[in-house]
Design a protein around this ligand. Sequence first.
Ligand SMILES: C[S@@+](CC[C@H](N)C(=O)[O-])C[C@H]1O[C@@H](n2cnc3c(N)ncnc32)[C@H](O)[C@@H]1O
Length: 228
Amino acid sequence: MADQAQKDAVRHPWFARFYARCSVRAEPAMGPVRRELLTGLSGRVLEVGAGNGLNFAYYPPTVSEVVAIEPERELRALAVEAARRADVPVDVAPGAAEALPVKSEAFDAVVLCIVLCSVRDVDRSLAEVRRVLRPGGQVRFFEHGLAPGRGMRRVQGALDRTVWPRLFGGCHVGRDAVAALRRAGFETDGHRDLLLPERGPRMPTSYCVLGTARRPRDDGAAPLAPEG
Ligand SMILES: C[S@@+](CC[C@H](N)C(=O)[O-])C[C@H]1O[C@@H](n2cnc3c(N)ncnc32)[C@H](O)[C@@H]1O
């Protein structure tokens, strides 16, 4: 029973079915972003909130193993299928970002792809990411988030306080991934802002950031996640 509760830490069956369909339709735009996100990675990689596993096809052969954590049962089942088709070994497991079921300092890189928008506790999740990365290890991130303009920020805030998280599996449109990574003690190695879709009307989810951050090399003891 406790095991089942752990496996279902996140349960969004409607969103899971919606995301499984619309993420595949978005691949012509998202595929190149996923490729850029993962280019140059090597060694052991942890992917947090892997969804239906669309990133798996883009891991380069220099990656020796991917451990992919996905809390939502239906998305996890799709990720298991995607793992079978992947060119690198991918092990899909249940779990949540706020309490990653892996050892400290066990990974060379952690991948966060449209997931900080959805976790319940961003600071706790990033403290966990820092714990499981080796000192000097990288975070590769692609997230949608806070718009630059005040008008759209107001819209994002209103959506986040009302319907958006309920409709879209806990997603928030107005989070700031780069600020959260810095707050969690990561050194940001560079990032770029991009709009998705590139053309056409701007949506609350259009404001994206793609980049790399790093656990400091001299970050001795594995930090503990804040109480929550
Ligand atoms: C927008 S989807 C992105 C999926 C995938 N990363 C991708 O690139 O297509 C957000 C994902 O975060 C997962 N998620 C939600 N809450 C989470 C949590 N607390 N810990 C880890 N993953 C979570 C969802 O189940 C979903 O798979």
